[in-house]
Write a protein that binds this ligand. Structure first.
Ligand code: GLN
Length: 551
């Protein structure tokens, strides 16, 4: 892909967002909300995410540890924040919008090896930050953005993100009128004191100062709103005007954030500082309506997600399925339902299979999301069998769809040994097997960025449920997999009722399967959750919630 394909010479502005005090305070949501607010004024906005780790992409990282791996249209495997940007900005984000330390260094080293620096000594500074700047500018150009938000992962003071802050400093030095720096910080209220403390934020600002950057505004996250005395204190100690300090207390839903930030005046503040002209008055009514829906709810609809969950000390993390959860919410709100997610551990089902009915009691729909490897698959298949036999609406996503095929082959076709070769490479009935293109890659241990990734077309069969749901005969969906339905079993599976209702255009690859005699039983090789947007829920999730609302 060429990022300089369009000739554009209008003014571009940049807002760097760094984090202070601690991670996980919602820097991504704050940046995405700021983007939504600017977009609501008619500006063209894009967002860049920088992850400071060495991994070249997020694809090889364990999602249970790191959170979901999001997949872009052009097949990049990224951090889940890119998903937040797509959802909040309602814009497609592409590969150039995502960088890691590994990715940046890899390009610098490859360029050096190709004599791209013309024999010069290549140094960490300035060459690495220059590469970062080039990528940011390429992203802005690619999207023809008036404003590019750049979220620097991690927290100021970490060794890992110094070079990215250095890029911000260099850009600001070059074009001071077009670059802003915002700090998202956290203000704790220690239980024993019951008082909101500003000192950690003061230190964070000082640390940022030591990189040569002064924040233009500070977003103060906390469980409570920031009051006036603390605003004054921060203004004095952090060298920031009081009106440039934004209070950002916890909200009941992230979708309330754009409206809350707009009310706090961050939109006007940024517009003024960057001397941007709005194309029209801020149009926030859709966000207001969404935030109201998200908080009011309606009749509950209970959707079980059968997954693998990590325990980190005393905490159980479910971020690995973030986009799936968001997609359920979008669809439920559209249908005036209150989404309730029931987290069911596939391992727990395996440990106590007799308790399955109890674990799924009162559940209106079941989702088996994407996954990899052996752990938990038998539990997932027990849940699929239960949903199939009891007529509970079911959506299988990627691995979930593959396992639905295995389960059907075992219990309906009577192929007891049916399996995916991912689980048992020696199975006599490989109903799911490695795609041809993957065989060599796996032999070479070439794992990074080598799955079937990104958007691919799928043709939907006449008379199928999926065609009715999508309302069209061809769709594009995002993918991330190495295995596929073995076409040798297609005829037998179809004869017994598991229709292959979505196929790749050449007919070779099964993209969607569905059961005819069932209220809702659909498996998709793709990841529809990546395409669900708050104002445009995905048809397969809408179908699931609709069916689940009837039961
Ligand atoms: N492990 C399966 C594959 O590689 C499914 C992947 C997924 O669910 N994303 O095909």
């Amino acid at each position: 892909m060429r990022y300089d394909a369009r000739v554009m010479n209008h003014r571009r502005t940049y807002i760097f967002i760094a984090g202070g005090v601690m991670s996980g305070v919602g820097k991504g949501i704050a940046s995405a909300s700021l983007g939504a607010i600017l977009k609501s004024r008619g500006l063209k906005v894009t967002a860049v995410k920088i992850d400071p780790y060495i991994n070249v992409d997020a694809g090889t990282m364990n999602p249970v540890e790191h959170g979901e791996v999001f997949v872009t249209k052009d097949g990049d495997e990224t951090d889940q924040d890119i998903g937040n940007y797509e959802r909040f900005l309602d814009e497609d984000i592409v590969k150039i919008n995502y960088m890691t330390t590994g990715r940046v260094y890899l390009s610098v080293i490859e360029r050096e090896r190709a004599l791209g620096y013309g024999g010069k000594t290549v140094e960490v500074v300035p060459h690495v930050p220059q590469e970062v700047i080039q990528r940011i500018k390429d992203a802005a150009k690619f999207h023809d953005a008036d404003v590019t938000l750049i979220e620097i992962g991690g927290t100021v003071g970490e060794y890992q993100n110094v070079l990215f802050l250095e890029a911000a400093r260099m850009m600001r030095l070059d074009t001071p009128d077009d670059v802003l720096v915002g700090l998202v910080s956290y203000l704790p209220i220690p239980g024993a004191l019951g008082e909101m403390k500003t000192k950690p934020t003061q230190y964070a600002v000082r640390t940022l100062n030591s990189t040569g950057l002064q924040p233009d505004f500070i977003i103060c996250r906390g469980s409570q709103p920031l009051d006036l005395p603390r605003k004054q204190k921060l203004a004095t100690h952090c060298n920031v005007r009081q009106e440039d300090i934004i209070s950002a207390p916890d909200l009941l839903t992230v979708y309330a954030a754009p409206e809350a930030f707009e009310k706090e005046g961050i939109g006007e503040l940024v517009m003024k500082k960057l001397r941007l002209k709005a194309k029209h008055e801020p149009k926030m009514s859709a966000w207001q309506a969404l935030s109201k829906k998200a908080q009011d709810g309606g009749e509950p609809v209970r959707i079980a997600i059968i997954g693998k969950y990590a325990e980190s000390g005393d905490f159980s993390l479910s971020d690995a399925y973030l986009s799936v959860v968001e997609a359920v919410k979008h669809a439920a709100w559209k249908l005036n339902r209150k989404p309730e997610i029931v987290w069911v551990s596939a391992r727990q089902i395996e440990k106590t299979p007799k308790q399955l009915a109890k674990l799924l009691k009162g559940v209106d729909g079941v989702i088996v999301p994407g996954g990899f490897g052996k752990r938990g698959v038998e539990g997932k298949m027990l849940a699929i069998q239960y949903a199939r036999e009891k007529g509970i609406p079911f959506l299988g996503i990627c691995y979930g769809a593959q396992l639905a095929v295995v389960e059907f082959a075992r219990h309906v076709l009577g192929l007891e040994d049916a399996n995916s070769t991912e689980i048992n490479s020696k199975t006599k009935e490989p109903v799911i097997h490695l795609m041809n293109e993957q065989v060599e890659r796996m032999q070479d241990k070439s794992y990074g960025g080598t799955m079937r990734l990104g958007e691919y077309p799928c043709l939907l069969a006449k008379g199928s449920r999926v065609r009715a749901l999508y309302g069209t005969d061809q769709v594009m969906e995002r993918h991330r997999h190495r295995f596929e339905c073995n076409p040798d079993y297609r005829a037998r599976l179809e004869a017994d009722g598991l229709l292959h209702s979505g196929l790749s255009p050449d007919g070779s690859l099964a993209e969607m399967v569905e059961l005819k005699e069932h209220p809702y039983f659909i498996g998709t090789q793709a990841h529809p959750e990546f395409l669900s947007r708050p104002f445009r829920p995905h048809p397969l999730f809408l179908g699931l919630i609709k069916a689940a609302s009837k039961s």
